[in-house]
Design a protein around this ligand. Structure first.
Ligand code: ATP
Ligand code: MG
Length: 356
C-alpha cells in the first residue's frame, strides 16, 4: 500500500523520538512491501521561532492531505512566558480542531518485562491491556459557562451536554475496536446523578444492541471505575467514556505501567487522517542527551498502522519487536531501574533489528 505520512517532530525530545519511529516505519515498509512517504512539518515552539505561528497554514494543509500524522511533543520553558501572545500548545489544540478529532485513544498495556515498574503488585497488574476511548470535543469542557453575583454569593457554573450523535459516533468507534480485540466493551458514566450520562447510557445501550450484539457490553459508574482500575485492571478490554471522566481515568490509568515513556495515544475523527503521539510531553530536561525513551512514539506508529491504515499484522509486528527488545533486557534510563542503559538511537535501532 502507498501512504502519505506527515511527521510533526515539535520541541524538546520530539525530533529525537519521531526520527526513531520513522526508522521503524521505514523498516516495516521494506519488510511488508509498502510505500510510505514522509513529510516533516512545523508545529509548536520551533514553529513560533521560525514563522511566528505555532501552526502555520502549510502544516494544516499537509496534515489534511495526508493519510496519518505522527507527532512528537510541543512546548518547553523557552515559550512558557505567560504574557506571550501565542503558545506552542495552541498549535496542538488547533490541529485537533481542524481535523475534527473527537476520539482520544489510550492503550494501557503493561509489557510483562516491565511488571516490576508498576506501583501495583504483580498478581494484580500482570496481563493488563486496556484501550480507552475518551470523547474529546463535547461534554462539560465545552459547555456554557459563566459567573453571577458578588462577594460570598459569587457563583460560577459550567454546563455538561452530550447529543445522541456525539455518543453514537464514539461508541461505534470503540465497539469496532473491541471486535478487533477481546470483544468486550465497558461504558463509564455517572447515570445515577447526571442527565447527560443518562442519555449517554441509553444511547450506548441501543447502539450496542442494534449494531454490536456480538460484543460483550457492560456499564460502570465512574467512581467505581476509579477503584476497579486499581484493584482489578485486568478485567477491562475496551472502555468508552466522556471527556471529563476520560481525562481523569486515563491519567489514573497511565500510572499503572509505572513509566510515561512507554505509552502512546491517538486522536481520531470520522474520516480523514488520525493524529498519533506519545502521551508524555517534550521533556526539555533530557532533550538532546540520548536519554529519551522512543518506545511510546514507536508504539504510536504501531497504532497509526492499525487505526489509520488497517495494517494489523504490521502493527502487531512493531509491538512484538518492542516486547522482544524488552525481553532482551534493553532499557533506556527511564525504565532501567539502575544497571546498564542504552540511548535513544540504540533503542530505535534495536526495535528495527527485531522487526520481522
Ligand atoms: P506536558 O508537556 O504534558 O505538560 P510535562 O512537561 O509535565 O508534560 P513531560 O514532558 O511529559 O512532562 O515529562 C516529565 C518528565 O518525565 C520529564 O522531565 C522527563 O524527565 C520524563 N520523561 C518524559 N517522557 C520521557 C521519555 N520519552 N523518555 C524518558 N523520560 C521521559
Ligand atoms: Mg512539557
Amino acid at each position: 500500500m502507498k501512504a502519505n505520512l506527515v511527521l510533526l517532530p515539535g520541541d524538546g525530545i520530539g525530533p529525537e523520538i519521531v526520527s526513531e519511529a520513522q526508522r521503524v516505519l521505514e523498516k516495516v515498509a521494506e519488510l511488508f512491501g509498502h510505500e510510505f512517504s514522509f513529510s516533516s512539518q512545523l508545529i509548536g515552539g520551533i514553529s513560533i521561532d521560525k514563522t511566528g505561528d505555532p501552526l502555520p497554514q502549510e502544516t494544516i494543509d499537509a496534515c489534511k492531505a495526508s493519510d496519518a500524522i505522527l507527532l512528537g511533543a510541543v512546548g518547553g520553558p523557552k515559550w512558557d512566558d505567560p504574557s506571550a501572545k501565542t503558545r506552542p500548545e495552541a498549535g496542538l489544540l488547533k490541529i485537533r480542531k481542524e481535523l475534527g478529532l473527537f476520539a482520544n485513544l489510550r492503550p494501557i498495556r503493561l509489557f510483562d518485562q516491565l511488571v516490576d515498574s508498576s506501583p501495583l503488585k504483580r498478581d494484580i497488574i500482570e496481563g493488563t491491556d486496556i484501550l480507552f476511548f475518551r470523547e474529546l470535543t463535547g461534554g462539560i469542557y465545552f459547555g456554557e459557562s459563566g459567573r453571577s453575583g458578588s462577594g460570598q454569593d459569587e457563583t460560577a457554573f459550567q454546563s455538561m451536554a452530550y447529543s445522541v450523535r456525539e455518543v453514537e459516533r464514539i461508541v461505534r468507534m470503540a465497539a469496532k475496536a473491541a471486535q478487533q480485540r477481546d470483544n468486550r466493551l465497558t461504558s463509564v458514566d455517572k447515570a445515577n446523578v447526571l442527565e447527560p450520562s443518562r442519555l449517554w447510557r441509553q444511547t450506548a445501550a441501543r447502539v450496542m444492541a442494534e449494531e454490536f450484539p456480538d460484543v460483550q457490553y457492560d456499564v460502570v459508574l465512574v467512581d467505581a471505575m476509579a477503584m476497579h482500575l486499581i484493584n482489578r485492571p485486568r478485567d477491562f478490554d475496551v472502555v468508552v467514556t466522556g471527556n471529563l471522566f476520560g481525562d481523569i481515568l486515563t491519567d489514573e490509568a497511565s500510572m499503572l505501567p509505572g513509566s510515561l515513556g512507554m505509552l502512546p495515544s491517538a486522536s481520531l475523527g470520522s474520516d480523514g487522517p488520525g493524529l498519533y503521539e506519545p502521551i508524555h510531553g517534550s521533556a526539555p530536561d533530557i532533550a538532546g542527551q540520548e536519554l529519551a525513551n522512543p518506545l511510546a512514539t514507536i508504539l504510536a506508529a504501531a497504532m497509526l498502522l492499525r487505526h489509520s491504515l488497517s495494517l494489523l499484522d504490521e502493527a502487531t509486528a512493531i509491538e512484538n519487536a518492542v516486547a522482544a527488545v524488552l525481553a532482551d533486557g534493553l532499557r533506556t534510563k527511564d525504565i532501567a531501574r539502575g544497571g546498564k542503559h542504552i540511548g535513544t538511537k540504540e533503542m530505535g535501532a534495536a526495535v528495527v533489528e527485531r522487526l520481522q
